[in-house]
Each structure stands twice: as structure tokens, then as C-alpha cells.
Design a protein around this ligand. Structure first.
Ligand code: DAH
Length: 339
């Protein structure tokens, strides 16, 4: 019995010494000291030992158990320390290495132009409102006095999700949405992305941005429109800027106009920038059409209003003298950093 115990102990110690993982130590503990372990099975065979010898054998089993346990504990501590040391070595930070430079981007000319436009209108008491880019045909066209099958729809051909839902061709549908909420008076601008099925060239893109404006109150006249947009032009392009309104047609305004600003490059004398005319076209505008009011639930007896729409890219291109719209979509920071 003594020999058997000695052998079990030796074998256990040998295995413990040669193990290199905490899991392995656990396996050894189970194999020797566990319920079905080798040492335990010796205890179970005590019935074959003569009663006088039992205390001695019992003592021997306990001693062997204590030695194995101590060895397990000691090896566990050594292994744990080794693992920790290896981890620390692996995680060491070499403070002498050159730092990684993080790339800092730059505000986009569109974003800078929009901030400027928002600053001007918020300063005049306007709210900034947003609308969906995926829009009902009804809001994009019908409620803006462009009925189904009307040829005016052709000018703003776009991408259809299905026959009732389009990628909006203009920010004007936000006018209809705001009016329908029924909270009057309204003084709002609505910037956002719009879409048309246009080929890409220096002045066109299938996706660009507009800022819509809408004012509805009692006694709003064309004089309010002129005064507001003239002030907008002066703030955006400089104190000296003059404005000119040319009659135009938009289905949702009556009368409608396009507004030109005096060329801020040559001051109106005529240059390459304004193609010799002294004027630069900047936005569309007009008095909200009574049909639009009716379709959007605004009382035409009490209220009148004006609206306008301006292309954000157009402002950015003019203000920063960029001659190709495609540059705006490349997002090359070397280009963007110039503004
Ligand atoms: N939505 C027009 C366009 O995309 C621009 C516009 C013109 C908006 C006149 C208006 C407006 O609100 O009154 O061409």
C-alpha cells in the first residue's frame, strides 16, 4: 500500500511539474484528488486493510494529498505570475515611437454656405425646418399646384420609388408639410438634399442641395419678399449688392420671379464671372399661389405669403469662385481646405 501511494504521489508531482497551463493543473487535481481520483480510490479500498493498519494508511493518504495540494498551489502561482509577465511584455508601450497623425478634415463649402444662409435667416426670426428626402409625389408635385400628367412635371424628372413615392426634386414640399401643420404665422427655411435625373457635368448633378423659404402671415406683400431677399443678398455678398427681379413662372407662386444680384466680382460693370452682364441669377421666388394655400388648408381670406428657393451649390460655387460643381463632390481635403 505504501508503495502504491508513493507511486501515485510521484506520478502526480511529475505531471504537475511538467504542466504549463492552469487548465492542465485543474485536470491533474481532478485525476488525483477528485471524487473518482486515484488517491480517493485508495481511501475507498481501506476496507481491505487490516483494522490496525487503517490509521497509518489513512495518515499516509492524507500526507500524500497535502503534498500534492501544496505542489498544485505552488505551481499555480508560478504559472499565473508567468502569464502576467508575458501579458505585460506584450502590452508594453514604446513611448519613443513616432506618433500616428490623425487626419483632420475640413468643413465642406456647402456646409459653410449653409451655415451662412441659416445665420442670416435665423437672425431675421426664421425657424429651420427639415423634411424627408424620400417624398410623396403628392407633396413634391400635386400640393404645389403641379397636377398629375402636367407637362411641368417633365422639367423635374426624378427617381421613382414607386408610382406614388419619389426622391424629392426640390425642397418646396416642406412648404406644404409646414402649412398643413396649421400653425400660423410661418417664417421658416428648409435646407436639404434634392434629386433629379440629370447627367453629371460642371453645373449639374443628380443630387444637390436647396434651401427653401416660406413666410405666411397677415398682410404679407411682394414688398416684404423684395425687402427680405435684398437684405439676404447684401448679407451674403456684401453691402453694395443690388438685386433685380425678373418675371418668371413657377407653378406654386403667382406672381413669380427670379432674383439676380449685381456681380460682386466687378460690381456690375460686366466681367467674365457674370458673362459680361453685370448680374448673376441667384434664386426663384414668388407669392404663394392661392391653389397651394387651399390644398394645404390655409385660409386665403386671412393670409398671404411669399416663398423662395435657392440652390446651395450655386451659392457655394459663386461665393468661393469654384468653376466646376464636380469638385464639390470629390471631397478631396486638399480642395476643401481652401475655404
Ligand atoms: N423649387 C424651385 C426649383 O427647384 C425653386 C423655387 C422657386 C422655390 C420659387 C420656391 C419658389 O419656393 O417660390 O426650381
Amino acid at each position: 500500500m505504501r508503495e502504491k501511494l508513493e507511486k501515485i504521489k510521484e506520478e502526480a508531482l511529475k505531471q504537475i511539474e511538467s504542466s504549463d497551463a492552469l487548465d492542465r493543473l485543474n485536470e491533474i487535481r481532478v485525476a488525483y484528488l477528485g471524487k473518482k481520483g486515484e488517491l480517493t480510490s485508495v481511501l475507498k479500498s481501506m476496507k481491505d486493510v487490516s483494522p490496525e493498519d487503517r490509521p497509518k494508511v489513512g495518515q499516509m493518504v492524507n500526507d500524500a494529498r497535502a503534498i500534492i495540494e501544496a505542489k498544485l498551489e505552488e505551481t499555480k502561482n508560478i504559472l499565473a505570475r508567468k502569464i502576467r509577465e508575458e501579458q505585460m511584455k506584450a502590452e508594453v508601450i514604446d513611448v519613443t515611437l513616432p506618433a500616428k497623425k490623425s487626419n483632420v478634415g475640413h468643413s465642406h463649402p456647402n456646409a459653410i454656405a449653409l451655415e451662412e444662409v441659416e445665420r442670416i435667416f435665423v437672425g431675421m426670426g426664421y425657424e429651420v425646418v427639415e423634411g424627408p428626402e424620400i417624398e410623396y409625389d403628392e407633396y413634391n408635385f400635386t400640393k404645389l399646384n403641379i397636377p398629375p400628367n402636367h407637362p411641368a412635371k417633365d422639367e423635374q424628372d426624378t427617381f421613382y420609388i414607386n408610382k406614388d413615392i419619389v426622391l424629392r426634386t426640390q425642397t418646396s414640399p416642406v412648404q406644404a408639410r409646414t402649412m398643413e401643420k396649421g400653425k400660423l404665422p410661418i417664417r421658416m427655411i428648409s435646407p436639404g438634399r434634392v434629386f433629379r435625373s440629370d447627367e453629371v457635368d460642371a453645373t449639374h448633378s443628380p443630387s444637390f442641395h436647396q434651401v427653401e423659404g416660406l413666410v405666411i402671415d397677415k398682410n404679407i406683400t411682394f414688398a416684404d419678399l423684395k425687402g427680405t431677399l435684398a437684405e439676404f443678398a447684401r448679407e451674403l455678398f456684401g453691402e453694395e449688392t443690388k438685386v433685380k427681379f425678373r418675371p418668371h413662372h413657377f407653378p406654386f407662386t403667382e406672381p413669380s420671379a427670379e432674383m439676380d444680384v449685381s456681380c460682386f466680382k466687378c460690381g456690375g460693370k460686366g466681367c467674365r464671372f457674370c458673362k459680361g452682364t453685370g448680374w448673376i441669377e441667384i434664386l426663384g421666388c414668388g407669392m404663394v399661389h392661392p391653389h397651394v394655400f387651399e390644398m394645404c388648408g390655409v385660409d386665403t381670406e386671412t393670409y398671404t405669403g411669399f416663398a423662395f428657393g435657392v440652390g446651395l451649390e450655386r451659392i457655394a460655387l459663386l461665393k468661393y469662385e469654384i468653376d466646376d460643381m464636380r469638385l464639390l463632390y470629390e471631397n478631396d481635403v486638399r480642395f476643401l481646405r481652401q475655404f
